[in-house]
Design a protein around this ligand. Structure first.
Ligand code: AMP
Length: 473
C-alpha cells in the first residue's frame, strides 16, 4: 500500500518516496530545556512517535534524530532568575524530558543531539554562510541577510512584502529587520564559546541545520515540528542549508503538527494555560493521553479539557472490555471453525486493512481508531452469543487487535497502571475517611495536618456539604 504524506512545502498530499531507497532520515525539533514539558509538547512528540513507528512497520529503516536546545535566551533568562548556571539548568530539565518521554512510552527516537555539543559544526556553517556572502558581522553578532535568499518565504508562503512586516530579534545593527541571527556576541552571559567573531553563542536556527547536516546530510526525507515552527524557524533552516548545499529541497517532506489548545488558545508556557506531562500522568494513564491525542488528526487542532480526557479513558475502557471479552472465551482446540468464527475472522481482517489504509492516508489516526471500535463491536457481539471459540481464531483476533493498538501505543494484554491507580485511589479514600473521623471528633489540628500533608504530595482536599472530595492538584 502506498503511503501519502501532507507536505507543508507543496501544500499537497504526496506519495512517500524516501531519497535513499529503504532508509528514512527524519529530524524533529526537540525541546528547549528550561522547564517541565507540557502536554502540548507531548501531543507533538506522540504524533511523531506514531509516524516513526508506522514507517518502521511498513518496513523502512528509520533514523529518527531529535535536537535538544540547551543554549537559548529562555534558558539563560531562567538561569539568571534562579541564580543557576544555564547548562546545569538545561541538563536538569533535559533529564526530566527523557523521563516524560519514557513515561509516555515514546521510544522511537534513535539519537538526541545537544546544541552545546555541536559548536564546531555551527561555527563551520556560519563561516561558510559568510563566505557565500549571505551573512554579515556587526557589533552584536552575525546575521543572515534574508534578501539574499530569493526563496525566503517559500515554506510559509509569504511574499517579500509580507515578510517585511515581521520584526525578528530587533537589533539596530541589522541590515534588514527580518534578518535572523546566526551567532550572538557575548554580553556578559555565563555561557559562551570562542569563535572567529569573538566570544558568543549560536542563534537558534543554525543549531538545527548544523546537527542535521552532520548526521543526516544536506538533503533528507522528513523534518517536523508543530505549526508554530514553520516561520521563522524552518524557513530560516531552509535559507541556511539550501544556500550552503546549493541543493533543493533541503527536506523532501515537511510535516507540521496542529496545536493542543485550551478553549481554542494554544497551550503555552507563556499563556499559563498548561498542564505539565508529569501532572497529567498523576491523573491519567499514558495510554489515555496517547489515545486522546490520536482521536484527532495530527494536523488538526485538538482542544484539551479534563472532561475530554475522562471521555478518552472511558473509550479506552470500552476497547479493554472487548479484549477481556475475547480473552474470557473458552478455547476450543482443533482446526474446526464455525461459520460465525470464519465470518468474524474475515471481517476483522477487512478492518485491519481499513486501519492500514487510514494510516497510509497521511496518518489518519481518528479513522484508524474507528476501525478499532468496529473490531471491538464484532468481538462483543460474538462473545454475547458464544462461550467458546476456536483457539486459532482467538489468537489471530487478539494479535490483530493488539498489533493495531500498538501502532498508536495503546492496548496491551496486561493493562498498564490500572491496578496501581485503583490502589492509590483506595488508599487516598482510607486517609480521607480517617480525617473525617478526626473532624467528627473536632480534632481540627489532626484534620488540618492530614490536609496539609496530602497537599504537599499533590492531593487537594475540598470539604463540601456532601462530604470531602479530593483531586490531584
Ligand atoms: P519548545 O520547547 O517550545 O521549542 O517546543 C517543543 C516542540 O513542541 C515544538 O515542536 C513546538 O512546536 C511544540 N509545541 C509547543 N507547544 C505546543 C502545543 N500547544 N501543541 C502542540 N505542539 C506544541
Amino acid at each position: 500500500m502506498v503511503l501519502k504524506i501532507y507536505n507543508t512545502l507543496t501544500r499537497k498530499k504526496e506519495e512517500f518516496k524516501p531519497l535513499r531507497g529503504n532508509r528514512v532520515y527524519m529530524f524533529v525539533c526537540g525541546p528547549t530545556v528550561y522547564d517541565y514539558s507540557h502536554i502540548g509538547h507531548a501531543r507533538t512528540y506522540v504524533s511523531y512517535d506514531i509516524i516513526a513507528k508506522w514507517l518502521r512497520r511498513k518496513g523502512y529503516t528509520v533514523f529518527y534524530l531529535m535536537n535538544i536546545t540547551d543554549v537559548d535566551d529562555k534558558i539563560i533568562n531562567r538561569a539568571k532568575e534562579t541564580g543557576r548556571n544555564p547548562l546545569d539548568l538545561a541538563r536538569e530539565f533535559e533529564k526530566y524530558f527523557y523521563e516524560d518521554m519514557e513515561a509516555l512510552n515514546i521510544r522511537s527516537v534513535n539519537f538526541y543531539a545537544r546544541a552545546s555539543e555541536h559548536i564546531p559544526e555551527i561555527i563551520s556553517q556560519v563561516k561558510r554562510l559568510i563566505k557565500e556572502d549571505v551573512a554579515y558581522e556587526t557589533e552584536t553578532g552575525v546575521y543572515f541577510d534574508v534578501t539574499k535568499f530569493k526563496d525566503y518565504g517559500k515554506l510559509s508562503r509569504q511574499n517579500p512584502e509580507e515578510l517585511k512586516k515581521h520584526r525578528i530579534e530587533p537589533d539596530p545593527t541589522k541590515r534588514n529587520p527580518q534578518d535572523f541571527s546566526l551567532w550572538k556576541k557575548r554580553k556578559g552571559e555565563e555561557i559562551y564559546w570562542s569563535s572567529p567573531w569573538g566570544e558568543g553563542r549560536p542563534g537558534w536556527h543554525i543549531e538545527d541545520t548544523a546537527i542535521s547536516e552532520r548526521y543526516l546530510g544536506q538533503q533528507y526525507d522528513i523534518h517536523g515540528g508543530a505549526l508554530d515552527l514553520v516561520f521563522p524557524h524552518h524557513e530560516a533552516e531552509i535559507a541556511q542549508m539550501e544556500t550552503l548545499s546549493k541543493k533543493k529541497p533541503m527536506v523532501k517532506y515537511w510535516i507540521h503538527t496542529g496545536f493542543l489548545t485550551v478553549r481554542g488558545e494554544k497551550m503555552a508556557k507563556s499563556l499559563g494555560n498548561f498542564v505539565t506531562i508529569r501532572d497529567a500522568l498523576k491523573k491519567w494513564s499514558p495510554e489515555a493521553l496517547r489515545f486522546f491525542f490520536a482521536t484527532a488528526h495530527y494536523r488538526s487542532p485538538l482542544d484539551f479539557s479534563e472532561k475530554k480526557l475522562e471521555q478518552a479513558m472511558k473509550s479506552l475502557d470500552t476497547l479493554y472490555n472487548s479484549l477481556d471479552n475475547l480473552l474470557g472465551l473458552e478455547e476450543r482446540k482443533g482446526k474446526e471453525k464455525t461459520r460465525q468464527e470464519k465470518e468474524l475472522l474475515e471481517k476483522v481482517n477487512i478492518l485491519k486493512t481499513d486501519f492500514e489504509e487510514a494510516m497510509d492516508d497521511d496518518f489518519n489516526t481518528p479513522k484508524a481508531i474507528a476501525c478499532l471500535f468496529e473490531i471491538s463491536k464484532l468481538i462483543n457481539t460474538f462473545a454475547l452469543k458464544n462461550s467458546n471459540i476456536n483457539s486459532e481464531v482467538k489468537r489471530e483476533i487478539k494479535e490483530v487487535f493488539l498489533e493495531l493498538g500498538n501502532v498508536l501505543g495503546i492496548l496491551k494484554e496486561k493493562r498498564e497502571g490500572k491496578k496501581e491507580r485503583k490502589l492509590v485511589e483506595e488508599l487516598i479514600g482510607i486517609i480521607v475517611d480517617l480525617r473525617e473521623e478526626a473532624r467528627k471528633e473536632k480534632n481540627w489540628e489532626k484534620a488540618d495536618e492530614i490536609r496539609e500533608k496530602l497537599k504537599s504530595i499533590g492531593i487537594k482536599l475540598e470539604d463540601t456539604p456532601h462530604g470531602t472530595k479530593w483531586k490531584f492538584s
